[in-house]
Write a protein that binds this ligand. Structure first.
Ligand code: TZP
Ligand code: MG
Length: 213
């Protein structure tokens, strides 16, 4: 696994989200997040099962957004939790050591909390405004990552940081130079004329690491 890109699904309803994942896998993504908002729990189940099949067939790591209980029930390998979802510590207790757990962070304090709770990676953002997510936390900008990663270094906090929110290919160089581990993105890939080239560019800028619990 390259583990330098997490593709975030988007679209209206389950099928559009699955199609966005199909597109990302075809372009070469090997880690995808199914992010279903404003759909019923039954639809999330259906979508998660279909995404599991897709990811297994293609040897892609699947993260489900928001729903640790579904992750447990279906044996999904990874879950991502926002600041208002189940706390990472509770999810770790529920899911055990093997499931890859990610947490959303907007500040250094959020990262500190997720590390203490046993997260495997953090999605830190937003870098800039995006319409993909409602109720955005304050925009960090490039300087936000710089100062957060400086604080991490000075306090010896070591966890992979994925930048997220309105990212474009022009951000990769500066983010990688500041010590960001990888990127989590959606629109940039879905709107790219040649999404496989975008993924190549990510590979050129961000090295691969092992993400495991
Ligand atoms: N969390 C913070 S920004 C965001 C999420 C899920 C959306 C990222 O999507 P895009 O289209 O890359 O801005
Ligand atoms: Mg959430």
């Amino acid at each position: 696994m390259k583990t330098n890109l997490i593709f975030i699904s988007q679209g209206n309803g389950v099928e559009e989200n699955l199609n966005s994942i199909r597109k990302a896998i075809k372009a070469g993504a090997d880690w995808v997040q199914l992010r279903l908002k404003a759909v019923s729990e039954a639809e999330i189940m259906t979508g998660a099962k279909a995404a599991m099949d897709l990811c297994k067939e293609n040897n892609v790591l699947l993260t489900l957004n928001d729903h640790p209980s579904i992750v447990k029930e279906l044996g999904i390998p990874s879950v991502h939790l926002g600041l208002t979802d189940m706390p990472v510590s509770e999810a770790r207790a529920l899911l055990g050591p093997e499931v890859v757990i990610g947490g959303t962070a907007n500040t250094f304090e959020d990262i500190k909390m997720h590390v203490a709770a046993g997260a495997d990676y953090v999605g830190v953002g937003p870098m800039r405004f995006t319409t993909t997510k409602k109720n955005l936390s304050p925009v960090l900008g490039f300087e936000g990552y710089q100062s957060i990663i400086e604080q991490m270094k000075s306090e010896g906090l070591d966890i992979p940081v994925f930048a997220i929110g309105g990212l474009t290919a022009d951000d990769f160089l500066s983010l990688s130079q500041v010590g960001v581990h990888g990127v989590s993105l959606s629109s940039a890939l879905l709107n790219a004329a040649q999404p496989e080239l975008l993924i190549e560019k990510i590979d050129q800028h961000f090295s691969s690491h092992t993400i495991s619990s």
